[in-house]
Design a protein around this ligand. Structure first.
Ligand SMILES: [Zn+2]
Length: 151
């Protein structure tokens, strides 16, 4: 298990179990979905996750190409950019704050990763992604141009 800090939450992540699950999952939520919003995300994905973002996610055992799902939030902005919310599943648990305060050695993953912002979350499941017995999520938020042509 490895300890991470993300904004105001602390995560205890089973990195190895998470990594194995990603290795066994060929397709992400957006890859499996045929809707135009997911297809647009697939086209933009390489630009969403910079080398730094990919590295940070890899510390947790996450393959940046295999997000659980993405959805769009609200309407496009004045420049035609869409706000996307997506999530990654992890094996692990959120630590109660009082437990976390006793531990010193967290890797802080809260910093802005270029195009993408990470948030602690829980409670979704994604079809096609293996369930963990102890499961948490991290959410990511990003803004993307429309690359698909024709809306
Ligand atoms: Zn879709």
């Amino acid at each position: 298990m490895a300890l991470f800090a993300l904004r105001d939450r602390y995560l205890d992540v089973d990195v190895e179990r998470t990594r194995v699950a990603y290795g066994e999952t060929a397709e992400s939520g957006a890859d499996r979905c045929s809707c135009k919003y997911c297809q647009n995300f697939v086209l933009a994905r390489n630009d969403v996750f910079s080398p730094q973002a990919r590295e940070t996610l890899a510390l947790l055992g996450i393959d940046w190409r295999v997000e659980g799902e993405v959805i769009i939030v609200g309407r496009p902005d004045e420049y035609g950019f869409y706000r996307y919310l997506g999530w990654f599943h992890l094996a692990g648990a959120y630590l109660p704050e009082e437990t976390a305060e006793l531990t010193q050695s967290f890797t802080d993953i809260s910093s802005q990763l270029d195009q993408v912002t990470l948030y602690p979350a829980a409670g979704h499941s994604s079809p096609g992604f293996p369930r963990f017995k102890d499961e948490i999520e991290i959410h990511f938020m990003t803004k993307l141009p429309w690359l698909l042509g024709g809306r």
